[in-house]
Design a protein around this ligand. Structure first.
Ligand code: GLN
Length: 244
């Protein structure tokens, strides 16, 4: 049995539409796999000990909270990018995802600098992109469907055409409602507009992160969980989306 530690960044500021449920899903699945999991809250100005964490999570937030969090994140940016580039599993939802790019221009035209990890920009608009969303993704090495809920003013556009989206929109809006891309994937980082929370209804993505965490600790997870309930929930949402 091993202990996995997941850093929950800014839990008091960035946590929309049940995003915290992603952490509860990872914790429970790690326990079902026979391990322990501790969720460690990292708030503004808290130090982040990368040696002690196995994954990092940031939920979604409003423009105001994004601006507050950015001021803290930028001070952590250099080391954070190095850890991402070294394969640290990271999940960033919506507003947190937007901050990974070069800039985020809010609905009123205020420009927030992004961390600049990836060459994309986000442009806010008065009419929000809202609704259930279905995408296809090959993040796990085979094509899977991924379901969720999106609610964002920002439209994200990749300037670097070499960037890899998390997947492609089957129904819904995704990054910008135009090019059918959704989210971003880079090594063991996923940025996505999918709230929901994302992981409970997409067990393959939850296991993508669990396997990545385990590999970094030199642990092989062979057990196969019974995902009957999770897959039923996934198929129910998928059916509703395809027939709405
Ligand atoms: N404030 C950002 C937007 O409106 C992100 C919102 C969110 O995290 N759901 O696009």
């Amino acid at each position: 049995m091993a202990e996995f530690i997941i850093a929950h960044m800014y839990p008091d500021l960035m946590n929309l539409y049940g995003d915290r449920g992603n952490l509860l899903c990872l914790k429970r699945r790690l326990e079902w796999y026979g391990h322990q999991c501790v969720i460690k809250d990292i708030c503004l100005n808290n130090e982040l000990d990368y040696q002690s964490i196995d994954m990092l999570f940031i939920g979604g937030g409003s423009d105001r909270e994004q601006g507050i969090v950015y001021q803290d994140l930028i001070r952590k940016a250099e080391r954070l990018y190095k850890e991402i580039d070294n394969g640290l599993p990271v999940l960033c939802i919506c507003g947190a995802y937007q901050l990974l790019g070069k800039s985020y221009t809010g609905v009123e035209g205020e420009v927030m600098q992004g961390l600049g990890f990836f060459d994309f920009y986000t442009q806010g608009s008065k009419n929000r992109l809202v609704g259930n969303i279905l995408i296809n993704s090959n993040i796990t090495g085979e094509e899977i469907s991924v379901v969720g809920f999106e609610n964002h003013a920002g439209r994200t556009y990749f300037k670097d055409k070499g960037l890899k989206p998390l997947g492609h929109v089957v129904k819904g809006h995704g990054n910008n409602g135009e090019d059918r891309s959704e989210g971003i994937s880079y090594k063991k980082l996923i940025g996505t507009y999918l709230h929901g929370p994302l992981l409970p209804k997409n067990p393959a993505i939850a296991d993508f992160f669990i396997k990545a965490m385990a590999e970094r600790k030199g642990i092989t997870i062979n057990k196969v969980l019974d995902d009957t309930m999770e897959n039923f929930a996934h198929e129910q949402v998928k059916y509703q989306i395809l027939n709405s």
